[in-house]
Design a protein around this ligand. Structure first.
Ligand SMILES: Nc1nc2c(ncn2[C@@H]2O[C@H](COP(=O)(O)OP(=O)(O)O)[C@@H](O)[C@H]2O)c(=O)[nH]1
Ligand SMILES: [Mg+2]
Length: 250
């Protein structure tokens, strides 16, 4: 047996990454390894949908969508399929290719969230670029203490023109900053250096402790930054669908 992929395999792999139900909005949560993507996804949906570091081995493409019947479907790189009830049941599988998590997410009935890991210093692969270009909203996750590195800027520059209007910068681990002066310093620098690429910025405090507390109270959820991000996501994607409907009428 050969390990070489045919051209069709590659086309299929790209298509599968882009696949989504008609009428479904897609939010792509992207960033470098361990920048806090899974924590941002959990903050966005207000529950521990994904394991934070260590995440799933093999760094599969992860999709999350609303379903009243919770279920998780996954496939590994050799086409074996898995259907499990909890993400922890997939933790032993080292060659997962993709993983679809269906859970109840109030207010996100027609929205799909995709987590896209990016290896710093490596150019973005075609499949991931296609998913970002095709997304209705891109949330780029950067770590507050080292926010907005050259490698991140280089990646955002590869996105198609017009991507700024649908891109939001999530600044993770803001709870690790020393004081309000540090927040301000970072905010001022990012407004100057990153605003050509993002239409909004949100400071996140999505530590495991804050995320775990979301179940009990809304104040904890507000503290993570999740509701702010969800509201921006709603406004940006709602505006877009209004614009699309207006375009259809014209
Ligand atoms: N204190 C704090 N820790 C965070 C925050 N975001 C992520 N982390 C931690 O950083 C590590 C990597 O986060 P994770 O979401 O798994 O990153 P990913 O690899 O980009 O998905 C984990 O230990 C998280 O608990 C945050 O806002 N505050
Ligand atoms: Mg992750």
């Amino acid at each position: 047996m050969t390990d070489l992929l045919s051209l069709q395999d590659i086309v299929d792999a790209v298509d599968r990454r882009r696949d989504r139900e008609p009428g479904t909005r897609r939010i792509a949560v992207a960033g470098e390894f361990e920048s806090g993507k899974s924590s941002v996804v959990n903050a966005l949906v207000g529950k521990m949908a994904l394991p934070c570091n260590p995440g799933l081995p093999g760094r599969p493409l992860i999709k999350i969508r609303h379903s009243i019947y919770p279920m998780i479907f996954a496939e590994d790189t050799v086409g074996r399929r898995f259907e499990v009830e909890a993400v922890r049941d997939l933790m032993g599988i080292t060659n997962l290719a993709h993983c679809d998590i269906c859970i109840p997410i109030p207010g996100m009935a027609r929205t799909e969230i995709v987590e896209i890991p990016h290896q710093p210093g490596k150019g973005i692969n075609k499949g991931d670029l296609e998913v970002l270009a095709d997304a209705d909203l891109i949330v780029w996750v950067t770590i507050a203490s080292q926010a907005w590195r050259l490698s991140e800027k280089a990646l955002m520059e590869t996105l198609p023109e017009g991507s700024r209007e649908k891109s939001v910068l999530a600044i993770s681990r803001a709870d690790h900053l020393r004081d309000a002066a540090d927040w301000e310093k970072i905010e001022t620098r990012l407004l100057k250096e990153a605003s050509p690429y993002f239409s909004e910025m949100v400071f996140m405090q999505a530590s495991s402790r804050n995320l775990a507390a979301c179940r009990q109270n809304d104040d904890a959820w507000i503290k993570t930054g999740g509701p702010s991000l969800a509201s921006i996501a709603h406004d940006l994607t709602a505006d877009k669908s209004r614009a699309r409907r207006a375009g259809e009428r014209a």
